[in-house]
Design a protein around this ligand. Structure first.
Ligand code: PCA
Length: 171
């Protein structure tokens, strides 16, 4: 089964479309959906919301992007936006440099049929979204999808497309 997650609003954003996207996708798939707080502790344990056989599908917003980005890698790196200039630290000192999603990302990107377009991304950033994927991949099959800062109506449309694409590619 699929387990979807979306995030609460954070920082300067009083709306986070990822939660509407995740809920709409979960509805299409008949799957569970959970709302995550945007902090590094939550990122560590989000995988516990799923069973060993589940595929976790995390959704987050990337306000600077215009495309729907299926993330290939999670880096073992972190830092908050303010301290980035002072360098980044690792999420897990004993962990690998990065973890990769071995699920059919390319299939999902090819299957995606609406605007904004989808692409495969190789940079999930160094914030909570990247950390969530990094930790989840240590325990579960997981993917992370970054969506642009769209409104509620578009978020629901993206979510329905995500649900359809996930079912088509991971069935
Ligand atoms: N986006 C942030 C964290 C939560 C979210 O929706 C990120 O890209 O790390």
């Amino acid at each position: 089964m699929f387990v979807f997650t979306g995030f609460e609003p954070f920082g300067d954003h009083d709306y986070n479309p990822s939660w509407d996207v995740a809920q709409a996708a979960a509805r299409v798939c008949g799957s569970a959906c959970h709302l995550l707080a945007v902090d590094f502790e939550t990122a560590k344990s989000a995988w516990e919301l799923s069973e060993p056989d589940d595929v976790l599908i995390h959704v987050g917003v990337a306000a600077s992007r215009q495309t729907v980005d299926f993330e290939r890698f999670a880096h073992n790196a972190t830092g908050d936006y303010e301290s980035l200039s002072e360098g980044v630290m690792s999420l897990d000192a004993n962990g690998p440099l990065a973890r990769t999603t071995d699920l059919a990302l390319r299939k999902m990107v090819d299957e995606w049929g609406i605007e904004p377009a989808a692409r495969e991304s190789r940079d999930a950033g160094v914030y909570v979204c990247n950390a969530t994927l990094f930790h989840s991949l240590g325990h579960r099959r997981a993917i992370f999808v970054h969506v642009p800062m769209v409104d509620e109506e578009v978020a629901r449309t993206l979510g329905e497309e995500l649900g359809r694409v996930v079912q088509a590619a991971l069935r």
